[in-house]
Write a protein that binds this ligand. Structure first.
Ligand SMILES: Cc1cc2nc3c(=O)[nH]c(=O)nc-3n(C[C@H](O)[C@H](O)[C@H](O)COP(=O)(O)OP(=O)(O)OC[C@H]3O[C@@H](n4cnc5c(N)ncnc54)[C@H](O)[C@@H]3O)c2cc1C
Length: 429
């Protein structure tokens, strides 16, 4: 078969790998000039490692990703350092990355609240019945079972931070998936995620996959011979099967011939965008060596998370620069999407002194701002009924995106899982 894949993110690359291994002719169309999609990175000339445009790490439980790395002979390039994650309580940051630290966290006191927090966490880790949980909003379930104080201190800030105005609508299966599928140890690839994506693409090219960078697909149509025509800006080619790995909005634009009920389903899915600034600094920001600062919205910080990447991996990989991310999940249309990089920096700068009183403006060497409209799908109550099928109603056309990995939360691990699942379906049919 002649197969096209739209998108060279980890989902598209993983599908290309399996389809090519099965002996098919595979062409990957990628609009950007690089592979890696949302997990791609960039590099300054004096850096040895890439920095992801949006902060990224793996969990030890990311079995689809670790399995793929193993198959590619790259598993030994994955490292799991022990970074420190902290939570804010009454203007002070406390480590919150292990059970002993959670027990010592003063935000929940040392009585009943801590016991409820522990039992709810344990229940969610042990149960597999996410279908029962998706019937409730996380807001109502947590209020009932964890109690008002635990919910408001621990879980509500997470929901508000990730989902803004939709926070009360998110279902409890989303919260379950986060607790179920995550570990406190965090991992990365030596050289950064971009290095891995480049090595993967090199391997695919070696196998005979045609990866066409800088090639944006405009339309996908079924032609009279029932094959699928791809129009990539004037150049039209025909395929037996096509897998699209973009956002639901983009596939809806590319494939206007999809039946109305499927298009409607795609367009009704909600998601949040993200705006993330990367800064290279002359000095370490967190003197304590903290990696991830969780910042509740009500504390008034201009960002949701402050992440000092070089407290996770060594600054030596970046020519001695200290790399910091300041980011937020936002609705498209939020003012951060239209602000200039300079305006955004001015908005963020005053907050940096709260992480280190010695911080001054001249510590900033350079900044990069990355924005995406599609960063985080929003799962509503009974969301499993809203997931678009991988096999679309157009024969031979398949769709695998972040919006379909539910009940799991989006991530490169699940992009690999759904990419390979889609490839299997394409091979079977
Ligand atoms: C702020 C943020 C933080 C994250 N943190 C983590 C993390 O810590 N760990 C983790 O594992 N994951 C994380 N993720 C999620 C992770 O990046 C995604 O789940 C994953 O990269 C999705 O891969 P994908 O292949 O499904 O899609 P994408 O990576 O979005 O790939 C789709 C590709 O399609 C291309 N494309 C779009 N339109 C066209 C067109 N018309 N023609 C051709 N090509 C097109 C795009 O350029 C893109 O390369 C994070 C994401 C964000 C936004």
């Amino acid at each position: 078969m002649r197969i096209a894949i739209i998108g060279a993110g980890f989902g598209g690359l993983a599908a290309a790998y399996d389809l090519r291994k099965a002996g098919h002719e595979v062409v990957v169309y990628e609009a950007a000039e690089y592979v890696g999609g949302l997990a791609s990175g960039f590099k300054e000339p004096h850096w040895d490692w890439y920095v992801e445009k949006f902060y990224h790490h793996w969990f030890q439980s990311d079995s689809s990703m670790m399995g793929l790395l193993e198959e590619l002979g790259l598993r030994d390039k994955v490292i799991f350092p022990r970074p420190l994650t902290v939570m804010l309580y009454k203007d002070k940051f406390y480590p919150f990355d292990s059970i002993p630290n959670a027990l010592l966290f003063p935000g929940l006191g040392f009585g009943l609240n801590k016991i409820r927090f522990g039992f709810v966490g344990l229940f969610l880790r042990l149960t597999n019945d996410w279908r029962a949980l998706e019937k409730f909003t996380a807001d109502e379930w947590m209020m009932t079972w964890a109690g008002k104080e635990v919910y408001e201190q621990m879980w509500k800030p997470l929901l508000i931070g990730k989902f803004g105005p939709f926070y009360k609508d998110v279902n409890m299966a989303w919260m379950w998936a986060r607790i179920k599928a995550r570990t406190t140890r965090l991992g990365t690839f030596e050289g950064g995620f971009q290095k891995f994506a480049d090595l993967f693409a090199e391997k695919l090219r070696g196998m005979g996959v045609d990866i066409r960078l800088g090639t944006q697909v405009k339309f996908i149509k079924q032609n009279q011979a029932r094959a699928l025509s791809i129009d990539a800006g004037g150049l039209v080619e025909s395929y037996d099967k096509v897998l699209v790995t973009t956002s639901p909005n983009l596939i809806a634009k590319m494939c206007p011939d999809l039946p109305e009920h499927y298009l409607k389903g795609l367009l009704e899915l909600k998601s949040m965008g993200a705006v993330v600034m990367v800064l290279s600094l002359k000095h370490q920001l967190s003197k304590e060596g903290y990696y991830w600062f969780n910042l509740p919205k009500e504390a008034g910080y201009p960002m949701l998370a402050l992440v000092e990447h070089t407290n996770f991996v060594s600054k030596e990989h970046f020519g001695g620069d200290h790399i910091v991310y300041a980011g937020d999940y936002l609705e498209v249309g939020h003012e951060y999407f239209s602000m200039s990089d300079e305006e955004l920096l001015e908005r963020f700068i005053p907050a940096f002194k709260k992480f280190n009183p010695d911080f001054s403006r001249d510590w900033v060497k350079k900044t990069w701002v990355n924005k995406t409209n599609y960063a985080q799908p929003v799962p509503l109550v009974n969301h499993s009924k809203n997931i678009p099928t991988i096999q679309t109603p157009i024969e031979g056309l398949y769709f695998a995106s972040m919006s379909q990995v539910y009940p799991w939360d989006r991530g490169t691990n699940f992009a690999v899982e759904i990419g390979r699942r889609a490839a299997k379906m394409m091979l079977r049919s």
